[in-house]
Design a protein around this ligand. Sequence first.
Ligand SMILES: *Cc1c(COP(=O)(O)O)cnc(C)c1O
Ligand code: SF4
Length: 454
Amino acid sequence: MTYQETIWDDSPSLKSYTLSNFRTLPQIQKLSEETQFEMEVVGNVLPFKANNYVVEQLIDWNNIPNDPIFVLTFPQKGMLKPEHYEKMATALKNNLDKKEITNIANEIRLQLNPHPAGQMELNVPTLKDGTKLYGMQHKYKETCLFFPSQSQTCHAYCSFCFRWPQFVGMDEMKFAMQEGEQLVQYVREHPEISDVLFTGGDPMIMKAKIFSKYVDALIDAKLPNLKTIRIGTKALAYWPYKFLTDSDSQEMLDVFKKIIDNGLHLAFMAHFNHLNELSTDAVKNAIKAVRNTGAQIRTQSPLLAHINDDAEMWAKMWTKQVQLGCIPYYMFVVRDTGAQHYFGIPLVKAYQIFKKAYSSVSGLARTVRGPSMSATPGKVHVIGTANLNDQKVIVLRFLQGRNPDWVQVPFFAKYDENAIWLDDLKPALTDKFFFDEEMKNFKTTHPVEDYPES
Ligand SMILES: *Cc1c(COP(=O)(O)O)cnc(C)c1O
Ligand code: SF4
């Protein structure tokens, strides 16, 4: 393949860059051989995929290695622990054959907690007739997640993504469903569901024709409980042309309009990690096009070391989102899988960054909630730190709970500057968290599922 720059005011087509061809990019060839080798080592273990929009419009190649979008989409040496790095580097230097490299990669991958919260087979929703729905998850009453089999990839991959096992073929699309009818039947059988969330991968990787089949099934069923269709997507950040010039872009916008014309709310849950993703004409025009359908865009992102651990950047990003007509929604804490040691931020520090950013923006941007952990018992919000009877504590609450009664109840953990996840926290003032006992039951009867950041 020869590299060619894209003409952006035409109708650009997506070109992907992965382990097999990233060295053809002139921007990469300018980096030292050592850096290119490091990327190859990491890229042999963790998935990576960038594209021509990310490379030509988002990354500032004068700002390598610190450019946030470069760190977001290209493999970084620090993403592997030194012993894992050395193992793969040695294998590549010794020119082992493909199969041996794959074996070593899989050995390392298994040590990276590929299934955080043990989500896989366990909590599969079932229809009343006993049919198991592998392409759905239903953890919180009001919202069920739907994973269409055609949306199990993305326009580019985020280096921190916890879906990495699926992208390297370890999970073989276990979350995936082709049957719109079964989705409809499930929502019909569960009158407590008001929201269906399309997720993946990225559902906006789907052609409009395929997406519309699922949407039509939901609309035609006239389900009285269904109020909102949500789409969790990073397409605005990674490929805004999906809503501008792609061959099916108008058709996709028409599907959005149809959802709204049928009396449903379309909640477009857009994943943006950095202000730079909001800087191009393409993304601004795409946001306009999506909003013109009547959809409401809400934004969310995890907080990530090396990418966005900067309060001022968050404040600017939320302010820009409001300016563009989007509603800031969630700031997440990055999960305990893959390269968490590289991207993870301790909870106390995450709270400090959040507080500083939140207190410097208009109330219109303070719709955002965070930092929030999507942990096994629920979405846990780090509210702050406090002194109780001379004991320093972290104050928390559930934004979503496996048991809805848990929501909003404040609870306390011992102050710990190093804790990065709920499991690291110890209860303060009591010997157990108030939900611990009940969680034991859930572990056996309702094991856990998982929620994508995008
Ligand atoms: C976050 C999440 C939802 C949606 O929660 P909202 O607070 O309503 O946005 C639904 N299901 C799962 C599993 C989630 O993690
Ligand atoms: S975080 Fe979302 S957009 Fe990024 S790779 Fe994962 S699923 Fe795709």
